[in-house]
Design a binder for this molecule. Structure first.
Ligand SMILES: [Zn+2]
Length: 192
């Protein structure tokens, strides 16, 4: 099971720096070893969050608790750009991943799940990135319904760091406990 957290770390100004950082770190703290945490990064935007960059480095490297991938250089509609422009953005992302995170990204999950243009597909293929849309992902509330019946379902759940994340928290508890019933039995926070 994968929890993909998009938009790391865009900021609409709705959060202070500290609250934004705490929200991302809190979501990560819920995710047990059984779940792969895949934050998708906006490489330009995350520069405003040096603490989060350090945090991701540590969690993905030393602890192997995180598998960051690319959301974009910026949160823009890449389907209207030329292949050259897209490649420039993706190269900036790949270089930053290699230089700063010391990781080679494998996936590009573009903003809004928009994977429609041929230029996007060509650019990502030539740079060795697999493009991932949203078709095979499920929103947290749908994942919860599936996990009630199939607690070991292999899902890719898609959420965003700026969402409250209560459903993600419940998903993590179910996977950790092994079943919905067990999770609600163990629940001390009135999540269920
Ligand atoms: Zn996004």
């Amino acid at each position: 099971m994968i929890v993909r957290i998009d938009d790391v770390m865009c900021n609409s100004g709705a959060f202070t720096q500290e609250r934004a950082e705490n929200r991302f770190k809190t979501i990560h703290s819920w995710i047990p070893y059984e779940i792969v945490h895949m934050p998708t990064i906006l490489v330009k935007d995350i520069q405003e969050y040096p603490n989060i960059i350090e945090f991701i480095k540590e969690e993905s490297h030393q602890k192997l608790r995180m598998f960051p991938e690319i959301h974009g250089y910026e949160h823009i509609d890449y389907s209207v750009l030329s292949e050259t422009e897209i490649s420039e953005h993706l190269k900036l992302c790949i270089d930053w991943f290699k230089d700063v995170l010391k990781l080679t990204p494998a996936i590009w999950a573009p903003p809004w799940g928009n994977v429609g243009s041929l230029a996007m597909q060509d650019a990502s293929r030539k740079l060795g990135l697999r493009i991932q849309g949203v078709e095979k992902t499920v929103p947290p509330k749908v994942a919860l319904e599936i996990l009630k019946i199939h607690p070991t379902a292999n899902l890719t759940v898609l959420a965003h760091w700026w969402e409250k994340g209560h459903a993600i928290k419940r998903i993590c508890k179910i996977v950790e406990a092994g079943s919905y019933d067990k999770a609600s039995e163990l629940d001390k926070e009135n999540l269920f």
